[in-house]
Each structure stands twice: as structure tokens, then as C-alpha cells.
Design a binder for this molecule. Structure first.
Ligand code: GLN
Ligand code: ZN
Length: 753
């Protein structure tokens, strides 16, 4: 029987049980309850997956993040957390993840080009490693006790170091020699316990690698091959191995996992390069998207593999961990039937693997099911709403002028200074204010029909008024309405656009307990009517200060949706850009003088390989400019970015031609400003002065310090003062003192100018 397996499963649970358990623990500190839920989830997921996969993954589960787990496993823990970690390991772990009253959290950044965030281990030269609690082994024992065949998953040593940062500017790869003995010790313990296979994830192998990293791969895997060890599956995903194939295929491992969804073209080369004794784990169903796989695409790949090396040392798997897709499409009974028939979530993906394995094993029922699946997917092309000529015609007719504001940035800056009359170092926020329990309750009541539209509107209007008054009271300069009407910054827009669909339970982990429910873009996109105008107009009617209109940019909507796989991403993004352009013009016509178009996901859309960057940035920037390009010079366009380092795409960020850019930077202590300075950026920048991912209230002094630091690089006329990101995940308790301190910090620095 052809073997089926997977690299990782969604850990959050079918009903986001882990989220609830985490949040309860953070409230009441009941560790037993949290750990019980975690164990139940692991076991339930293994049982479920084992219906289709002969080998289940273990140690793919994490209470917060698997990179953090790896750091803790090898004791790569900064000293500041050690006392707490020793006294209360769970509290110490979560302090690293989220900070607490005294401690900053670790930096958080995007996991490759996904919307998952990992915590960046903080290392330093001379770092020592040590094996702590052997979580991979413990979870393996847990699975074995249930009678399951299991394979621990572990981030491989080279990717671990490459994904870490050092606090002293040293090269993390220099730590390889110190780290390897600890990996070897782990492998030994696993081998002694009888673990047959371990999966070492090395997603960095699909990146462009320098000589030092390639060398590190050889050194690392040669070392790990010496001592006792389970068989090693080297897992690569999120793209093709490309010029690293030869390197990967020569490493002394027992199996190689390759992504044949993003890079089906690598199959021939893989078949040629992979030693015969090695297992080929073929990633054939898409772990990054929710569409059913097309047997007309997959079966030829499988036939080629079977013809070339037989099926004995072949494993079928999704392309990457299923962490990036929701749990179960069968729950989505309210979606239109045709759309539903095109979908596969984690569970369905494992079912698909079984069918492909069946087809390889000559099982007629599996073959028939796949033929049927091919028909279902073929019908997609002609389904109403998928292709709409009027939408496509408008994209086609776009002129080059559509991507340009009327005048250049410097001219606009003068015009806007006259009309807006803001002080130097103007203060603002990124848009959302705390989503209180009362607001969430009102939204749920409204959805469920327990309160009517009018009652819901009243709740929202009262909240907007409260937020406006609060901002006036503490002296912010550019106000926001607080986004109380939005469940989510992408879903809110998608719900009002044609071409989108929404799941009920399609949650995907973003970081820690935070999940997102990406909309599904399945058809051509248009905007039937204005989406945000009445809220912005209402908020502006309450105050003389400018209120920022608040939109999610085209690239971010694209990036945080599950996008149709039957037209290019660029085409979908252009359709979005035109819909948003209409909204921007409507806001301007409603006398909104400042409009923010958030593009937090611009960086994460960047292809993994450098050779593909320019093409992506070109259309992504063009789409933003189309969205912002239809208005007068006096209307000020802001954009906002977070969750990543933007230094390497600073030219593209500048090319957005936004009047003001607010950007996350407090966790990295304003490192990014250097890039803007080197670039001599003419626009205005609001480098975030405090981290909103942590409940910690920053002091006025530390923000003054950050602002003074920023002023060594930016002119006072260029510097804005704002938090790192929106405040929706925070409570009022910490938001109020934090913003008061921020405004005071701005005023103090202003006074000293
Ligand atoms: N305007 C959004 C907010 O304030 C931006 C969120 C984000 O950047 N992720 O919530
Ligand atoms: Zn943000």
C-alpha cells in the first residue's frame, strides 16, 4: 500500500479549542486545564489523521509557536527570562511569547511567505545550548501509547539558526558547532526509545543560499549522520529546491520531502538526483490553499514517480504542514454547493492523499472518485460569477495615469501642511481601538438575529463617539473612528465585495491564540456600493480634528485571503485595486481629508526567491497606487505596515508614494529607520513607538527615547508618533495609559525642538 503521511496538522483545533484554553489560562493561570486541553487536542488530531495517514506527525503541536518550542528545547533562552522560566516554566514560556509587565517579548516575524508568525530566537556569540525537556520524545510516546505510528517533527539546525537573530551582530551560523551536539543528543534519545523516523524541517533550502549556509548544511547533516539516530526525513517546502537540489540530495538522510505544488517542475530533477535508497515524500496536495487538487495535475506526477522509482519508497503528503489551512470543509454547510465542492481543508486533504494512494495501488473506487473530482473542478470555469467580462474590461482599460497622484510628494506635503495644520510630530493611532466584550457580544447578537440593525447601529455609533471623545481628551492630532464595526480588517471588506465567500469555521492560526478566517476569493471582484463611507462621515461629524478613513489595501486583502488558483494573483489584485480606488474617491467626496490604506502584508507577499521579487513588487506597488491615485493633492494618504522587517523592500515601500507611512519598529528598536535614511525618503514616517502585541504599558521615557533616536535620522517635519499597530487586541486598561504616555512623549519632544 502506498504510504501516506503529513508534515503537520492545524493545532488550534476544529473549534479553536486551543485558543480558548490559552486565553483562559492567561486569565486564571490554571495550567492543568490548559495542558489537559492541549493533550486532548493532540490525541484527537492524531486519531483523526490516522484514518487516512499511516504515519502521524508529533511535536507539530505547540502551545504558542514551534520555533519558540525549538529555542526552549535547546535552552536558547535569553537571560532575562531565566528566573521566571525556572520558577514557572509555563509563565516563562509565555513571557517569551508575549511579554509580561516587566519583560519584553521576543521579536515576532512572518514564517516565510505565510501569515503565520513565529518568535525569533535571540542568540549571541558564545551561546551555549543544552537539551531541556524532550518534548518530541514525550509526544511520540504519547502517540505510541495510542497504538499509532508517529514521526516527531523538528525544525532542522540550519533553518533554526537562520531564522534566529543575534543580539550582538554575530553570525548565528557560527553557533552550529555548539548546537549540533545537542541535536545529536536528542536524536540519540529518540533512537534509544525506538523512534523509527524523525522529520527535520529545513524550509530554508528553498531560499537563495550563500556559501556559508550551504557549507553549514553539509557540516550539520554529516555530523548528525554519525551517531545513533532515527531515520531522517529532510523536509523542504514553500517552493522548489532549485539550485540547492544537488546539495539537498547529497546530504546523508533517509528521505526527502519536496513541494510539488509550488514547484511541480522540479520533479524530473529530483527523480534524477535522489539516491535510490532514499524515501521520496511527494508533497502533492496544496498545504497553503483550500482548493481541491486537480487529479489531472497530480496523477501524471505520480505516474512519473512510479515509473521512475516504483512506489515502495514513496510517501504521499501535502506540500507543507497543514497549519496553514483550516480544519474541515464539511462544516461549511452554508456555502453555495458548487463552491463547496471545490474546497478541501486539512481533513479533506488527507482524504485526497488516500485517494491518490489508492489510485497508485490500482484501487478502482479511488480511481473513480478521482475522475469524479476532475469533472467537478472542470465545471468551475463556467460557473456564474467566476469570470465577469465587465470586471475584466475595466482592468484592461486601466491607463498608466491611473497609477499617479496629481503632483509629487513634496508638493503634496506643502499643500497638506496648509490644509491640515498639524503640529510637528503629529500623533495618531493605527485605526482600531479595543474590541471590548460588549462589542463582540453585540456583533454576535446581531449575527444571530438577537438584536436588530438599529440596535446594533446604536452600539457602534456610541462606541465611535466614545473613541472620538477619548482621543480628543488625551490630545491626539489625527483621530480614527476605532473600527468597531469590523470583525476583521480583510473579512469586513470582502463581505461587501462581489467575488468573495466566507466560511463559518475556516480559522487559521496567525500567532499564538490569534486566528484569522481568510475569505475565499472565488470569482471576479467588484464593489456594489461604498463600504466605509458612512462610518467615517459619522466620526468626522463629531469633531473638528481630522478623522482618518481606514481601508485595507489591495495587496493585503489578496494576501490574507484564500485566492482562486485559476487566474493570476496580479489580475485578482488589480480587480481589488479598482474597487478600493472607488472607495477612496468616495471618502474624499465625503470630506475625509486623511485616508489610510493599510498594507501590512506587502512584505509577506514577496516570493521566497530573489529572482522573483521585482516582478511581484512591480504589480503590488502598482495596485496600491491605483487604489490611491484618484484623489486631490490635499487629501493625505497614509499607509501602515507591520509584522516584518521592511528594510529589504524599502524602495518599494517608498514607491507606494504614500504621504505618510506608519510602520512597526518598537520591538526592533527603530532599526528600520536607517534604511529610510540611506534612501533619503522624502515622505513622512511614523515608526511605531510601542509594541501593541504585549499588555505591557510603555513609559513616557522609553517612547521619548525612541522618538529622539528617530530624530537623529528624520527631520521633525517628517516624524509621526503612533503605536506599532492597531489596538483591537488590547484592553482599555492598558490602552488608555499607553496612549496618554505616547502623547506626552510627543509633546515633550516637540517642546524641546
Ligand atoms: N487599521 C488596522 C487596525 O488598526 C491595521 C491592522 C494591521 O495592521 N494588522 O487594526
Ligand atoms: Zn499593523
Amino acid at each position: 500500500m502506498t504510504h501516506t503521511t503529513y508534515l503537520g496538522f492545524p493545532r488550534i483545533g476544529r473549534r479553536r479549542e486551543l485558543k480558548r484554553a490559552l486565553e483562559n489560562y492567561w486569565r486564571d493561570g490554571n495550567a492543568t486545564a490548559l495542558l489537559d486541553t492541549a493533550r486532548e487536542l493532540r490525541q484527537r488530531h492524531w486519531q483523526l489523521a490516522s484514518a487516512w495517514a499511516q504515519t502521524v506527525a508529533v511535536n507539530d503541536f505547540s502551545l504558542y509557536d514551534h520555533v519558540l518550542d525549538t529555542a526552549v528545547l535547546f535552552d536558547a533562552v535569553p537571560d532575562r527570562y531565566r528566573p521566571l522560566l525556572r520558577d514557572d516554566p509555563l509563565a516563562g514560556y509565555f513571557a517569551m511569547a508575549r511579554g509580561n509587565r516587566e519583560l519584553h517579548a521576543l521579536e515576532m516575524t512572518k514564517w516565510f511567505d505565510t501569515n503565520y508568525h513565529y518568535l525569533v530566537p535571540e542568540l549571541h556569540a558564545g551561546q551555549r545550548f543544552r537539551l531541556t525537556v524532550n518534548k518530541p520524545l514525550n509526544e511520540w510516546l504519547e502517540a505510541r501509547a495510542l497504538g499509532l505510528d508517529a514521526r516527531p517533527v523538528l525544525l532542522g539546525p540550519v533553518s533554526f539558526l537562520r531564522l534566529s537573530k543575534t543580539v550582538d551582530g554575530s553570525d548565528a551560523l557560527n553557533l552550529l558547532d555548539a548546537l549540533l551536539p545537542v541535536y545529536a543528543e536528542l536524536l540519540k534519545q529518540l533512537a534509544q526509545a525506538g523512534v523509527p523516523w524523525i522529520q527535520l524541517d529545513e524550509p530554508c533550502l528553498v531560499q537563495d543560499l550563500d556559501a556559508a549556509t550551504r557549507h553549514a548544511y553539509v557540516a550539520a547533516y554529516n555530523t548528525l549522520a554519525i551517531g545513533p539516530s532515527p531515520k531522517r526525513l529532510l523536509a523542504t517546502y514553500f517552493g522548489g529546491l532549485g539550485d540547492n537540489l544537488e546539495l539537498a540530495a547529497k546530504l546523508p538522510v533517509d528521505g526527502l520531502h519536496v513541494d510539488l505544488v509550488r514547484a511541480p517542475e522540479q520533479l524530473d530533477d529530483v527523480l534524477f538526483a535522489l539516491p535510490e535508497h532514499c524515501v521520496l515524500s511527494a508533497g502533492i496536495v496544496d498545504g497553503r490553499n483550500i482548493w481541491r487538487s486537480d487529479p489531472r495535475r497530480v496523477l501524471p506526477l505520480l505516474e512519473k514517480i512510479a515509473a521512475s522509482r516504483g512506489t515502495e519508497r514513496l510517501w504521499l503528503a501535502p506540500s507543507c504542514s497543514l497549519l496553514h489551512v483550516p480544519f474541515d470543509a464539511a462544516q461549511e454547510t452554508s456555502l453555495p454547493a458548487p463552491l463547496r465542492s471545490w474546497l478541501a481543508f486539512a481533513q479533506q486533504k488527507l482524504e485526497e492523499l488516500r485517494l491518490y494512494a489508492g489510485a497508485l495501488d490500482d484501487d478502482d473506487r479511488a480511481k473513480e472518485a478521482l475522475v469524479e473530482q476532475g469533472f467537478v473542478l472542470a465545471a468551475r470555469k463556467h460557473a456564474p460569477g467566476v469570470h465577469r467580462s465587465e470586471v475584466q474590461a475595466r482592468v484592461h482599460a486601466l491607463s498608466p495615469q491611473a497609477t499617479h497622484r496629481r503632483s509629487n510628494l513634496l508638493h503634496r506635503r506643502r499643500v497638506q501642511a496648509d490644509t491640515l495644520q498639524l503640529p510637528p510630530l503629529p500623533t495618531t493611532t493605527i485605526g482600531s481601538f479595543p474590541q471590548t466584550d460588549a462589542l463582540r457580544q453585540a456583533r454576535a447578537d446581531h449575527r444571530a438575529g438577537r438584536i436588530d440593525n438599529a440596535a446594533y447601529e446604536t452600539v457602534l455609533r456610541e462606541e465611535i463617539e466614545r473613541v472620538i471623545r477619548f482621543q480628543e481628551r488625551i490630545g491626539l492630532d489625527v483621530l480614527v473612528h476605532g473600527e468597531p464595526e469590523r470583525n476583521d480588517m480583510v473579512e469586513y471588506f470582502g463581505e461587501q465585495l462581489d467575488g468573495f465567500a466566507f466560511t463559518r469555521g475556516g480559522w487559521v492560526q496567525s500567532y499564538g491564540s490569534r486566528c484569522v478566517k481568510p475569505p475565499i476569493i472565488w470569482g471576479d471582484i467588484s464593489r456594489p456600493q461604498p463600504m466605509t463611507v458612512r462610518w467615517s462621515r459619522y466620526a468626522q461629524s463629531l469633531t473638528d480634528k481630522p478623522v482618518k478613513g481606514m481601508l485595507t489595501g489591495p495587496v493585503t486583502v489578496l494576501q490574507w485571503s484564500f485566492v482562486r488558483d485559476d487566474v493570476s494573483r496580479e489580475q485578482v489584485c488589480l480587480q481589488l485595486a479598482l474597487a478600493l480606488r472607488d472607495e477612496v474617491c468616495d471618502l474624499e467626496n465625503a470630506d475625509i481629508r486623511v485616508i489610510q490604506i493599510d498594507e501590512p502584508a506587502l512584505r509577506e507577499g514577496l516570493p521566497i526567491r530573489h529572482a522573483e521579487h521585482a516582478a511581484y513588487l512591480d504589480w503590488a506597488v502598482r495596485c496600491f497606487r491605483i487604489a490611491a491615485g484618484g484623489i486631490r493633492d490635499a487629501t493625505q494618504i497614509h499607509t501602515h505596515m507591520c509584522y516584518a522587517e521592511f528594510n529589504d523592500i524599502i524602495e518599494a515601500v517608498a514607491a507606494l508614494d504614500a504621504d505618510v507611512i506608519s510602520i512597526e519598529s518598537s520591538r526592533s528598536r527603530m532599526e528600520l529607520l536607517q534604511a529610510f535614511e540611506d534612501f533619503r525618503y522624502p515622505g513622512s514616517i511614523g515608526p511605531g513607538v510601542y509594541d501593541i502585541h504585549s499588555p505591557r504599558v510603555p513609559s513616557q521615557a522609553e517612547m521619548t527615547d525612541l522618538l529622539e533616536r528617530a530624530l537623529t535620522v528624520l527631520e521633525p517635519g517628517q516624524l509621526w508618533v503612533n503605536p506599532d499597530c492597531g489596538l483591537k487586541t488590547r484592553g482599555w486598561k492598558e490602552t488608555e495609559p499607553a496612549l496618554v504616555a505616547m502623547v506626552n512623549a510627543a509633546q515633550a519632544v516637540r517642546a524641546a525642538l
